[in-house]
Design a protein around this ligand. Structure first.
Ligand SMILES: *[C@@H]1O[C@H](CO)[C@@H](O)[C@H](O)[C@H]1NC(C)=O
Length: 316
């Protein structure tokens, strides 16, 4: 080692949430409740879609994948946060930190790509209703999901490998509640130029390109509705696209709020609030956005539960 202040990092300290010690218990209960709601809500969606054959359509299979991604995404950060809120020394081992960063990026990017697949599905359903079944075949759906996994694996692996070659100085304190990539880069002692360049390039690939593709799909949907405007076609489009559009707005709204809004006086607090928004709140709300006023999901709930009740009474 050339520089004296470089040492082998064994662990990092996670500062956690900027809250008073007195409020610690309140926030612990709040985050635990939100985490359990996320797990239960998303599991319910996955199980319901698997059990009810009416929901074996591309849209709901993508939704089931999205719920799986939400479930994993919140499990990457919240359990560790809860554990650290209870411990005296909120540390995370070096390897654990890199693993957390890898899985965080993996499921965040997966979500972004799945939202594109869902937008394409809505575009085909509304613009080519007669050819929907032949275009959105099982094979194409599987390909889209596999492609999303492949892209997200390559992207998060390259960020993580680039991070692994950096050396860190004496400061091992991460002013965040999880191993955030940009917070880690600030602690690095070596040259981070390549890392920053990759964040710029790959960030564009996972945020700007999906956003443009989704925007394009909706532009085509709107123009196809405006060609033959009828209250029936507008209502149909709203009922099938509404939930997807809400999830997209929530996802990109947080990103835009984080990067484009003028920075508040206290940027650490703002960053933490935004990070809580996308790690805790968004994965929790997605299943509810999809179930709210959705007749298919409500019907499936009724069918699955009445079947279970029937099985139960037959078994008696
Ligand atoms: C994800 O989507 C694929 C393709 O539509 C489907 O076969 C698979 O069951 C889905 N996986 C989950 C966990 O929902």
């Amino acid at each position: 080692m050339e520089r004296g202040n470089q040492s082998v990092v064994l662990e990092f300290l996670l500062l956690g949430l900027p809250i008073e010690p007195l409020q610690q218990d309140l926030f612990y209960a709040l985050f635990l409740a939100m985490y359990l709601t996320t797990i239960l809500g998303n599991l319910l969606i996955i199980v319901l879609i698997q059990l009810d054959s009416h929901l074996h359509t591309p849209m709901y299979l993508f939704l089931s994948n999205l719920s799986f991604s939400d479930l994993c995404f919140s499990s990457v950060t919240i359990p560790k946060l809860l554990q650290n809120m209870q411990s005296q020394v909120p540390s995370i081992p070096y390897a654990g930190c890199l693993a957390q960063m890898y899985f965080f990026l993996l499921f965040a990017d997966l979500e972004s790509f799945l939202l594109v697949a869902m937008a394409y599905d809505r575009y085909v359903a509304i613009c080519f209703p007669l050819h929907y079944a032949s275009i959105m075949s099982t094979k194409l759906c599987l390909c889209l999901v596999a492609l999303s996994w492949l892209l997200t694996t390559v992207i998060s692996l390259s960020h993580t490998l680039l991070m692994a070659r950096l050396s860190f100085c004496d400061d091992h304190v991460i002013p965040h509640f999880f191993c955030d990539m940009s917070a880690l880069l600030k602690l690095a002692c070596s040259d981070i130029q390549i890392n920053e360049m990759m964040i710029f390039i790959l960030g564009g690939l996972v945020i700007i390109v999906p956003f443009l593709l989704i925007f394009l799909s909706y532009a085509r949907i709107v123009s196809s509705i405006l060609k033959v405007p009828s209250s029936r076609s507008i209502r149909k489009a709203f009922s099938t696209c509404g939930s997807h559009l809400s999830v997209v707005s929530l996802f990109y709204g947080t990103i835009i709020g984080l990067y484009l809004c003028p920075s508040a006086s206290n940027s650490t607090v703002k960053e933490t609030v935004m990070a809580v928004m996308y790690t805790v709140v968004t994965p929790m709300l997605n299943p509810f956005i999809y179930s709210f006023r959705n007749q298919d999901i409500k019907g499936a709930l009724r069918r699955v539960f009445s079947k279970q009740m029937a099985n139960f009474s037959l078994g008696q």
